[in-house]
Design a binder for this molecule. Structure first.
Ligand code: PMP
Length: 407
C-alpha cells in the first residue's frame, strides 16, 4: 500500500497526462530523466518573470533577487545531501561535468605516474571515461572492482585492489543499468582506512534513497538535477570543504576571480572558484524547487513505495517465459533490466511504445557491465514514485504477448 496518494502526486506532473499512440503515457524511463512537477516549472518561469539577472549582488535589485534565489538553491542542495555548509556545493551542468571537474582538479593535482584509480564494473561511462583520460595523461592506471552474478560489487575484490598506489576510488551508489545499490559506506570506510579519497556518483541515487554525505563519509558526491525532478543542465558537486580548499580551479573566467592583472590572477574562495562564467542560474533555482518537492513527499516514503513497485514488477517479469533479468542483487532501486529471448531489446522497446509505455532499450551508457552479463543491450524499465501498479500491469501484458508470439 502506498504511504502517499499516488494519484495526487501524479496530478503534480502535467506531462503524465500526455497520450502516446492513443494510450496514456506510462513513463518508465526515469533512469534516463525524470519529469518535472508543476512547482518546478512554475519556479523557473517565476525566475524569468520576476528575478532574472546575472548574479552580481551589489549592482541592483534584480541582481540581489537572482543572487538570493541562486544561493538559496545552493543551501537546499547542501541540506538535501547532508553537507556541513553550502560552500561545499558547486553548481555544474550535471553528474558528467561534476566528475570531469573532480578529475581535472583533484585528479590533476593528486594523481600521477604509477598511481591507481579504482572504479567498479558497474560504472556509467561518465565515471569511466574521465578517469581513462586522466590516466592516459598522467601515466596512471584504472583498476576495476568486479561484480558477482547478481550484479553486486565484490567487497573482497575491492580490498585486494586497494594498495599504496591507490589515489582515488570512484563508485556509483546506484547502477543505472542494473539498479544495484552498492555498499558505498563500506567502500568509503575501507578506502579511508587506506588513506584514499572517495567520489560517489549519486546520479541514480538521490531520487530513490535518502543521502547523507556526512554519514557516508564521502569526500565527493555528484548528481544531476534532471534525474531528481529538476531541470536539465544543472547538477551539483559536493566536496568536503577542507578538500575543496586544496584544489585549483578548472575553468577560468569571470565570477571565479578575486583580482586579475596580465601577470597573475587571484582566485575566489570555494565554491565560486569552481563556477567560472555565468552559470545556469534559473535551473539552479528550479533544482531548489525540485528538492523542496521531493522533501515534501519524503525520501523514506518514496523509497518504500518504489521498493514495492520494483518487487511487483520483478516478480511479474520473472514469471514470463523467456525473460532474463539482468541484475538481481538483494539491494536494488528503481531499475528492472531484462532481455526477452527471441527479441532484440529495441523491438521490445518499440512494442511497448506502441502502447504508450516508455522504456529505454540500449546499452544505457554502461557497456562494460552489460558485457559482464554477455549482452550488448537490455530493456530497462526504471520506476519513480509517480508510477503505478496498473502501469506495470500494462507493461506485463505486452511482454507476455511478445513472449507467447515467440512460440
Ligand atoms: N552516472 C550515472 C550512474 C548515470 O545514470 C548518469 C546518467 N545516465 C550519469 C552519471 C551522467 O549524468 P548526466 O548525463 O546527467 O551528466
Amino acid at each position: 500500500p502506498a504511504p502517499f496518494d499516488v494519484q495526487a502526486v501524479r496530478r503534480d506532473f502535467p506531462v503524465l497526462a500526455e497520450r502516446v499512440n492513443g494510450k496514456p503515457l506510462a513513463w518508465f524511463d526515469n533512469a534516463a530523466t525524470t519529469h518535472k512537477p508543476q512547482s518546478v516549472i512554475d519556479r523557473v518561469s517565476y525566475f524569468y518573470a520576476h528575478e532574472n539577472s546575472n548574479i552580481h549582488r551589489a549592482a541592483h535589485a534584480l541582481a540581489a533577487r537572482a543572487s538570493d534565489a541562486y544561493e538559496a538553491a545552493r543551501a537546499k542542495v547542501a541540506s538535501f545531501l547532508g553537507a556541513v555548509s553550502p560552500n561545499e556545493i558547486i553548481f555544474v551542468r550535471g553528474a558528467t561535468e561534476g566528475i570531469n571537474l573532480i578529475a581535472n582538479t583533484f585528479g590533476r593535482t593528486f594523481i600521477g605516474s604509477g598511481d591507481e584509480i579504482i572504479v567498479s564494473q558497474l560504472e556509467h561511462h561518465a565515471n569511466i571515461v574521465p578517469w581513462q583520460q586522466l590516466a592516459a595523461e598522467k601515466g596512471a592506471t584504472l583498476r576495476v572492482i568486479p561484480v558477482d552474478d547478481s550484479g553486486q560489487i565484490i567487497l573482497d575484490e575491492f580490498r585486494t585492489l586497494l594498495n599504496n598506489r591507490t589515489k582515488l576510488v570512484s563508485v556509483t551508489q546506484v547502477s543505472n543499468a542494473l539498479g544495484t545499490v552498492t555498499p558505498v559506506a563500506q567502500i568509503i570506510a575501507l578506502a579511508h582506512a587506506a588513506g584514499v579519497r572517495v567520489l560517489v556518483d549519486g546520479a541514480q541515487a538521490v531520487s530513490h534513497l535518502r543521502v547523507d554525505v556526512q554519514a557516508l563519509g564521502a569526500d565527493f558526491y555528484v548528481f544531476s538535477g534532471h534525474k531528481v525532478f529538476g531541470p536539465t543542465g544543472i547538477g551539483a558537486v559536493y566536496g568536503k570543504l577542507d578538500l575543496l580548499e586544496q584544489l585549483p580551479p578548472w575553468q577560468g573566467g569571470g565570477n571565479m576571480i578575486a583580482d586579475v592583472t596580465f601577470e597573475r590572477t587571484v582566485y575566489q574562495g570555494v565554491p565560486n572558484r569552481f563556477e567560472a562564467g555565468t552559470g545556469n542560474i534559473a535551473d539552479a533555482v528550479g533544482l531548489g524547487a525540485a528538492i523542496d518537492y521531493v522533501q515534501r513527499i519524503g525520501l523514506d516514503n518514496i523509497a518504500a513505495y518504489e521498493h514495492a513497485l520494483l518487487d511487483y514488477a520483478t516478480h511479474k517479469l520473472q514469471a514470463i517465459p523467456g525473460v532474463r533479468l539482468i541484475g538481481t542483487a538483494v539491494e536494488k532501486a528503481s531499475v528492472a533490466s531484462f532481455v526477452l529471448a527471441g527479441y532484440e531489446p529495441a523491438e521490445v522497446g518499440r512494442a511497448l511504445n506502441e502502447e504508450g509505455i516508455a522504456v529505454r532499450s540500449g546499452h544505457h551508457c554502461a557497456q562494460p557491465i552489460l558485457r559482464r552479463f554477455g549482452v550488448e543491450a537490455t530493456v530497462r524499465p526504471s520506476f519513480a514514485f509517480y508510477n503505478t501498479y496498473e502501469e506495470i500491469d500494462r507493461m506485463i501484458v505486452v511482454i507476455r504477448r511478445l513472449a507467447a508470439a515467440r512460440r
